[in-house]
Ligand binder design. Structure first.
Ligand SMILES: Nc1ncnc2c1ncn2[C@@H]1O[C@H](COP(=O)(O)OP(=O)(O)OP(=O)(O)O)[C@@H](O)[C@H]1O
Ligand SMILES: [Mg+2]
Length: 272
């Protein structure tokens, strides 16, 4: 079982580290770079995995988990790194990166972006396994629903036995909202991220979320997996866990703030 209290407290501190710089224990820092379809995030932890600082930027430089705008990615990672270094007063050297399952062929592109920004890449992970560094579950399935991809890792006896990735995510949800309300994408995106409007939009986006749940259902056997653990920005949607539970018949949990789980998990795996 996941210790939800521990995860919520940890993720709250990661979120706070966006605006507040914490004093690290020791002198070595770990960095996680998450090049996402919707956001590029850099998380800094200390040697003991305490959250120290974090910067993120909404970006449109990847599609389906693959870098489609190399120079744009590079520029953003450089800027975020510089911001963090300014906040911390030290240079950041090592980082870990992660890939959605099935995009291993583009590992090198991700690596070149990190290296071009001045990092040495000391570890490369898959995204849902990175998320499980935070959750630390032994049995169950971790599902990371981001902007463009839905990744899952099935765990048995503490080991990842299967990883999968499908090209659907929050961008799809926003498109459905934009279409139904006859409004531009950016406006739909704002409405979607407004927690006070989640109850109103849920019926409109329910079918897309059911589709995502059905993807997960395709890969997991309810006789073998007893819990789905959600993370990724799209899981901020209020009520998503209920839809997953109904569609899959599997108990579904999510932390209070599922947004930065994967980037923080990537950082935990940075070798220093
Ligand atoms: N409060 C919120 N309510 C609903 N959706 C949200 C909220 N905050 C962020 N999102 C959505 O989460 C998505 C981004 O999540 P995340 O940062 O995990 O994706 P990513 O890592 O960039 O993408 P991917 O993993 O697919 O490459 C976006 O579609 C965004 O609209
Ligand atoms: Mg992601």
């Amino acid at each position: 079982m996941m210790d939800l209290t521990r995860v919520n407290a940890y993720m709250e501190r990661v979120s706070r580290s966006e605006h507040e710089t914490f004093k690290p224990v020791g002198s070595k820092l770990k960095v996680g770079l998450d090049l996402g379809t919707a956001y590029i995030v850099l998380v800094v932890l200390d040697e003991e995995n305490n959250p120290i600082a974090c910067e993120k930027r909404a970006a449109n430089v990847l599609k389906d988990g693959v870098v489609v705008d190399y120079s744009g990615s590079l520029r953003i990672v450089r800027e975020l790194k510089a911001k963090l270094e300014e906040r911390l007063g030290v240079e950041l050297t090592n980082c870990a990166i992660a890939m959605p399952a099935g995009t291993e062929s583009s590992v090198r592109t991700h690596q070149y972006v990190a290296e071009g920004a001045g990092f040495e890449v000391t570890n490369v992970l898959d995204e849902p396994s990175a998320a499980n560094s935070i959750y630390q579950i032994d049995d169950g399935v971790v599902v990371d629903i981001g902007g463009g991809t839905t990744g899952l890792a099935i765990l048995k006896g503490g080991k990842v036995v299967q990883i999968e990735d499908e090209p659907t995510g929050g961008t799809h949800v926003t498109l459905v909202l934009a279409g139904n309300y006859h409004i531009p994408f950016d406006e739909a995106e704002k409405i979607k991220q407004d927690y006070s409007r989640h109850r109103e939009i849920l019926p409109v986006v329910k079918a897309v979320l059911e589709k995502m749940a059905s993807i997960v259902k395709r890969y997991v056997d309810p006789n073998e997996v007893d819990t789905i653990y959600l993370c990724g920005g799209t899981c901020c949607l209020t009520g998503i866990e209920g839809i997953f539970e109904k569609e899959t018949g599997i108990h579904t949990v999510k932390p209070a703030d599922p947004f930065l789980v994967t980037p923080a998990g990537i950082a935990m795996n940075c070798i220093i």
